[in-house]
Design a protein. Structure first.
Length: 187
């Protein structure tokens, strides 16, 4: 019996984060669906992981799934994350292309004001969240684990003007907690 990539990823995430307390399927009117596994690790916050993007390698050009770590357990976070995942699928954005999706303030204005975050940035795993072995899964092919991170309007503007490498340099130099929803801007 062949195990699907989404099942392999779910097993992989379970090994690192424990058993998910929820795996929910979100659907759009066009029939597109995305599953989201939610983990409650011992430290504060939650880990959200896509389960199913790995089936879309022909569309997304990269074999992978995305995690989002957040120190806030509010319901806005998974809704914003899933909305961004649907946007990635609709626009066929390669997961490894270091990009941001804006519009947080249009979807959840109260969250954007509270957290001062206006976009989700997608990249490879950031060094502060890496655990040995988490970033890749090797079977017949190599699957990657990507990360999403909420960013401010100023960070999004900096990213658009200067590119992802200078942005990530600033982000890595920041001494703040990258999973904090209230993390100050690094620019």
């Amino acid at each position: 019996m062949t195990v699907s990539w989404p099942d392999i990823y779910l097993q992989h995430f379970t090994r690192f984060f424990g058993k998910p307390f929820d795996v929910e399927t979100y659907r759009q009117d066009d029939g597109t669906s995305v599953r989201l596994a939610t983990f409650d690790p011992e430290r504060p916050g939650r880990i959200y992981a896509s389960v199913g993007l790995s089936e879309q390698v022909a569309v997304l050009k990269d074999l992978g799934e995305v995690i989002l770590l957040a120190d806030d357990k509010g319901k806005d976070i998974p809704e914003l994350f899933v909305n961004a995942l649907f946007f990635i699928l609709q626009k066929r954005i390669p997961l490894g292309s270091h990009f941001a999706i804006g519009g947080v303030e249009m979807l959840k204005p109260d969250f954007a004001d509270y957290a001062d975050k206006h976009a989700l940035y997608f990249s490879f795993l950031l060094p502060s969240t890496k655990k040995p072995g988490l970033e890749t899964i090797t079977r017949d092919d190599t699957g990657m684990v990507f990360q999403a991170l909420f960013i401010s309007r100023d960070e999004h503007d900096f990213l658009k003007r200067f590119g992802w490498e200078p942005f990530e340099d600033r982000l890595h130099a920041q001494s703040g907690n990258l999973i904090s929803i209230k993390r100050p801007s690094c620019v």
